[in-house]
Design a protein around this ligand. Sequence first.
Ligand SMILES: [Zn+2]
Ligand SMILES: [Zn+2]
Length: 306
Amino acid sequence: MKLTFLGSGGGRFSAISQRRMTGGFRIDNLSGKNYHIDPGPGALVRTYQFGLDPRNINGVFVSHAHTDHYNDAEILIEAMTKGMTKRNGTIIGSPSVLGGYQKWGPCISKYHQSMSDKLVLKAGEVSELDGFTIKGTKTFHGDLAGVGFQIDYKGFKISYTSDTAYFDELVDYHKGSDILIASVLRPGIKSINGHMSTFNFIDLVKGVKPKVAIMTHLGLKMLASNPLTEAKKVNKETGVKTVAAFDGMSLNINYNNPRKFKMISLKDVNSNAHSCNKTLFKNERKNTFQGVIDNREFDELKIGKK
Ligand SMILES: [Zn+2]
Ligand SMILES: [Zn+2]
């Protein structure tokens, strides 16, 4: 299994400024399938930028109705369903994301929900999906219907808190996780309504005792005070291997020994496509001709014939 962070920024101001990218993360090769989690602004572009293909996802998960989590969901669903022409994949989301709740959502149109299976995830409910189970986990956040998850694949557990304040039951929801991914917006003890600070995260990690803890969704104040130092604090206080995510961070996870993951910093494969050179030509040819043929995307050709 591989985890790839197409962004490690979070909160409105990280998203607006793009000080860190906000494309969410991907879980690839989980039971042979790929999922995009919380595709915020830029998720589609970041996918290509880090050399991945949005067309090979089997599911899109959106935890709650905030833009930094749902913004690119519909275009990724289009990628997953060959431009809404082929029934494919699963859209997993909170009640607010899929149906709307109070002033929140829905974040995905009926049209975009029409070519995939839907899974409405609620806190505490467990559902079967593609060879693993997924449990909704409670959040305490602006969108009260928001959820995180805990995936159980043959006993290997991956948890994602999504945006939430710290509360005691949070530990129970994520207990037993091998990998705990959390939104840690703020450094030190400075928590803010509906979000965790490093201090809160230390309590969570102490309670959950995962093998690996990953901090992501970093806000501007967190970035200003160096996320690496904050991760070291968590490690020192809890004894748990803790990583502060960065844009393009990719972890190859070995189910038998998750602590010994292989970390790669993905190259921006598009960077040389902005200049005039041979690679550009090659890439463009590959993207236009081969990509079109491989993926049977003949929109333009059809239009041309009319
Ligand atoms: Zn957020
Ligand atoms: Zn939020």
